[in-house]
Design a protein around this ligand. Structure first.
Ligand code: NAD
Length: 479
């Protein structure tokens, strides 16, 4: 594929390309341009030109166009889902669901846009008025990771376009094709050329060029902490606004009175979804001693029942996206085993017909883990759960918070007072009590500590692409 800039497909000026690989077979099935500073500049200028018109349209006009884009996205859900499945490896049904859910988020952003308003304090004297309005921040650069390419793009794109901004997106090197297809779908649905451009290539080349460019006014980034910190530092050079959704290493606390059937069902699902490749998954679990073995038995039964879909076949979970991400699960499992953890299921690469050429790591439960093991210290981004026993909920809370991350936390506890104490005590932007539902499109999403800054989704998402402007009016009051 080529890049989608200013309403047209374009190659890199150099002609250079990068391969796109099917993670279930390691087969290269497509290439995308390897863009650099030249293409970043072209795309940003296209977005800047489009901003002049798009930002001046009424909210109702923008919403009408974006609703048509959302409808086109739903009509193309199978095609987009298939592209996502090919580049990411997640089973097809889950990829189609991602497209539909992202279209729903776009719809919610547009509805929030229609409800936005300015303010006017009533404190002024005669002949004075102060209008507080909000304006789109300008051209936005959206840089996204591989794991939910369309969802995490829509967190940014839908909000930015609703607010009146225009966007240059830079998808992950692993999963660029679904984002490219989406740009053409939006353009054909009526989004003006230049409003949503996509450049492809490495973070260190085209990514840095986008961040350093003088025109964009905001960088919206989801990805790892290393890249996030580099982007925040670079953006400071031109004082760009920054939203960072970075890594997570999310704790669950399971109290002795918890509903263990519910807790283990939720953790088995949430800890392994997308083969563990998502930021707010349960990663480490602190379980009160009285129910520790029963919890392990129930969780192991549910996690070991999950199946891995071989290349071209059916199953609950797909391969890891690439060797680097795969190697992290291997390393953390081996480290825990070497330091004395019990491996209750999984723990090493899956091989055999349909698996040998992909990065298949099975859902893995490590019990009796201790604080010096990597699985309790560093984000796994794989289907590995580290579980330790604790003697009190207070101990669990202290150990859960002993982390540089602060994205999400989970509490299972029938005693509501204790449960709320734990939810309030967890240092995280998102906390679930007694079950784990999907994160709501209507609520703010984001982390504290080194998991990031800023919030996406809901009205908070749209508001983060607007800047306040105060207009002071003076006029002669007629006699
Ligand atoms: P990554 O940080 O390697 O890459 C993310 C994106 O940033 C890619 O498009 C990459 O090309 C680009 N990039 C890298 N360095 C850059 C630089 N210096 N300048 C500009 N762009 C740069 O992340 P990944 O491996 O694709 O995804 C996994 C990570 O994403 C995990 O750490 C995970 O926790 C995080 N993540 C966070 C959230 C969240 O909402 N908090 C959601 C999903 C994933």
């Amino acid at each position: 594929m080529e890049m989608f800039i200013d309403g047209a497909w374009v190659a890199a000026k150099s002609g250079a390309t990068d391969p796109v690989t099917d993670p279930s077979t390691s087969e290269v099935f497509d290439t995308v341009p390897r863009a650099g500073a030249v293409e970043a500049d072209i795309a940003i200028n296209a977005a800047q030109a489009a901003f002049q018109d798009w930002s001046q349209r009424t909210m109702a006009e923008r919403v009408a166009v974006l609703k048509t884009c959302g409808k086109a996205m739903l009509e193309s859900a199978e095609v987009l889902g298939a592209a996502l499945h090919r580049e990411l490896g997640r089973p097809l049904a889950g990829c189609i669901a991602e497209i539909k859910s992202s279209a729903a988020l776009l719809d919610i952003y547009t509805e929030e846009g229609l409800r936005l308003h300015g303010e006017m304090p009533i404190a002024g004297g005669a002949g004075e008025k102060t209008i507080i309005t909000r304006e789109p921040v300008g051209v936005v650069v959206a840089i996204t990771p591989f794991n939910f390419p369309i969802t995490l793009l829509m967190f940014k794109l839908g909000a930015a376009l609703t607010a009146g901004c225009t966007v240059v997106a830079k998808p992950s090197e692993d999963t660029p094709t679904s984002t490219l297809l989406l740009a053409e779908i939006f353009h054909k649905a009526g989004l003006p050329k230049g409003a949503f451009n996509v450049v492809t290539g490495s973070g260190l080349e085209v990514g840095e060029a986008l961040v350093n460019h003088p025109i964009p006014r905001k960088i919206a980034f989801t990805g790892g902490g290393v890249a996030g910190k580099a982007i925040a530092a670079a953006a400071a050079g031109t004082v760009k606004r920054v939203t960072l959704e970075l890594g997570g290493h999310c704790p669950a606390i399971v109290c002795a009175d918890a509903d263990l059937d519910k807790a283990t069902t939720a953790i088995a699902r949430h800890g392994t979804a997308n083969s563990g490749q998502f930021c707010y998954r349960v990663n480490r679990i602190y379980v009160e001693r009285a129910i520790y073995e029963e919890f392990l038995d129930k969780l192991t039964a549910k996690v070991s029942a999950l199946t891995l879909a071989p290349a071209g076949g059916e199953g609950d979970l797909g391969p890891m996206v690439n060797e680097k991400i795969f190697a992290n699960s291997v390393r953390q499992s081996e480290d825990a085993r070497d330091k004395g953890a019990r491996v209750l299921c999984g723990g090493s690469r899956v091989t055999g017909a349909g698996y040998d050429d992909g990065f298949y790591f099975p859902p893995t439960i490590l019990a009796d883990v201790t604080d010096e093991m990597l699985v309790l210290q560093r984000e796994t981004f794989g289907p590995v759960l580290g579980i330790c026993v604790v003697d009190s909920a207070r101990e669990a809370l202290e150990r859960a918070n002993n982390s540089e991350y602060g994205l999400a936390g989970f509490v299972f506890c029938r005693d509501l007072a204790k449960g709320i104490m734990l939810c309030e005590g967890l240092e995280a932007g998102l906390v679930w009590l007694n079950d784990i539902q999907r994160s709501s499109h209507y609520a703010p999403f984001g982390g504290v500590k080194q998991s990031g800054m800023g919030r996406e989704k809901g009205r908070w998402g749209v508001e983060s692409y607007l800047e306040y402007k105060t207009i002071y009016l003076s006029y002669e009051v007629p006699e």
